[in-house]
Design a protein around this ligand. Structure first.
Ligand code: GLN
Length: 198
């Protein structure tokens, strides 16, 4: 097969460039996705952190919801970080409407409270690292996980990273450190899927 693997980064709002840089570093061609045409030909999608309400609105405005749900139905891996996790969650606490109801979890936005708006923690993450420096910024918590969902990491006994088949959801920002191991883990999922294609 010709050409590099292409991974999309949803580029409506938020920490887009940092994810694109890490993808480049890992030898993948990053595609900034703003239109449904740009979803064609990508093998996986990253939904970055930012402001989930704003990204959700733009998703609808740009008619990207259906095409992203189709991408998932084709088995292409999707990773949501921070606001991205909120966007792919099936349920959002306090009656916010779900955006892309894919990952069988309930999330609570801004769950760590004002006093601890932002913090860092060295976390063991199953299959990824023993000591991943996780940066939390007005982060959501995962307050319920469905039966099919595997917990990859917790902080203060709260779930902050999960996997469900081809979906990864994490509360923190793996793109804000030099550590590329979380993205490499996601890329394995992407490559795995490409290899299994008929
Ligand atoms: N608090 C934001 C939200 O609810 C998420 C913060 C982030 O992505 N850093 O959408």
């Amino acid at each position: 097969m010709a050409g590099k693997t292409k991974v999309g980064v949803l580029a409506l709002q938020g920490a887009v460039r940092e994810h694109m840089q890490i993808m480049e570093q890992l030898g993948v061609e990053p595609i900034a996705v703003k239109t449904k045409e740009q979803l064609e030909g990508i093998s996986g999608l990253i939904i970055p952190g930012g402001e989930s309400t704003a990204i959700g609105k733009l998703l609808r405005q740009y008619d990207l919801r259906g095409p992203i749900l189709d991408l998932h139905a084709e088995g292409k891996p999707i990773m949501g970080t921070c606001a991205g996790l909120i966007l792919i969650a099936k349920h959002i606490q306090e009656n916010d409407e779900a955006h892309l109801p894919l990952l069988d979890v309930t999330v609570q936005r801004n769950a760590f409270g004002r006093q601890v708006d932002s913090f860092e923690a060295d976390l063991p993450i199953k299959g990824v690292a023993e000591d991943f420096q996780a940066v939390f910024i007005r982060a959501p918590l995962i307050t319920r996980v469905g039966e099919e969902v595997e917990v990859l990491s917790t902080v203060r006994d709260q779930v902050v990273a999960v996997k469900q088949n081809n979906l990864l959801g994490i509360s923190f920002h793996p793109e804000l450190t030099e550590d590329t191991r979380f993205h490499a883990y996601f890329l394995h999922m992407v490559q795995d899927k490409i290899e299994k294609q008929p």
